[in-house]
Write a protein that binds this ligand. Structure first.
Ligand SMILES: Cc1cc2nc3c(=O)[nH]c(=O)nc-3n(C[C@H](O)[C@H](O)[C@H](O)COP(=O)(O)O)c2cc1C
Length: 208
């Protein structure tokens, strides 16, 4: 995944307090090698769940270390981290909008606030800007079971042109590890962003 020539695209990554932080970690690791910029913003609940689910001691890229500020110097220069309270960040403005936004994982609270254009923090504002500027917004909800309001909110987002990509890894590629499942989800996001990847083989590639 070490691209010689990066794609000149700026991606905003919103991380919320839904379970599945490891998908955000892997997405950011891969996306920072593919895209010229990845702007990262995490909600307070997102940071808490990252600290709960991921290890800051892990070798290699660590989202827990990044969000705690420990990796500030060694982090890939394509990654820009913004505070969720910083409404002065460039991605908060329609004049400096990211080319696409991915919210991974997306809590039901944030789904509801994006749907109602709440915009009370940087993550919600960036999603709102993506919608008003007609940019791609990929929302990756994670909750189970879903009640009628969750489903209605996701339905309304889909009607507005949002790509709703639930955190639902598939098993038909016979994953051998959690990392394979991470790559399945990250590959799905990359496909929606129009990026070819080799995170897993294309389905029935021998029959192509
Ligand atoms: C360990 C943990 C896991 C959670 N998992 C989920 C989840 O999968 N989906 C969800 O909607 N909320 C989940 N929550 C609850 C959200 O974190 C909570 O609703 C929070 O207010 C969401 O805030 P945010 O949308 O600003 O990130 C979880 C909370 C914790 C502590």
């Amino acid at each position: 995944m070490n691209q010689l020539q990066k794609i000149d695209k700026r991606i905003a990554l919103g991380i919320t307090g839904a379970s599945g932080s490891r998908f955000a970690e892997r997405f950011l690791e891969v996306a920072s090698k593919i895209f010229s910029r990845v702007y990262v913003v995490a909600t307070p609940a997102g940071k808490s769940v990252v600290q709960h689910e991921l290890s800051a001691k892990k070798a290699g890229f660590s989202l827990a270390r990044l969000l705690s500020g420990e990796d500030a110097k060694s982090v890939d220069p394509s990654i820009r981290l913004f505070d969720n309270e910083n409404l002065f960040a460039p991605i908060a403005s329609g004049s400096s909008v990211a080319d696409a936004m991915v919210v991974l994982p997306c809590s039901m609270g944030t789904v509801s606030r994006i749907r109602t254009a709440n915009s009370a923090n940087l993550l919600e504002r960036t999603a709102d800007v993506a919608l008003k500027q007609k940019k791609q917004l990929i929302v990756c909800p994670r909750e189970t079971p879903l009640h009628a309001i969750h489903l209605e909110n996701l339905y309304k987002l889909a009607l507005m042109g949002v790509d709703v990509l639930p955190v639902m890894p598939g098993y038909y590629q016979h994953p051998k590890s959690l990392e394979d499942l991470d790559d399945f989800m990250v590959g799905r996001v990359l496909e929606l962003l129009g990026v070819d990847h080799s995170l897993y083989p294309a389905w029935n590639s021998r029959m192509r």
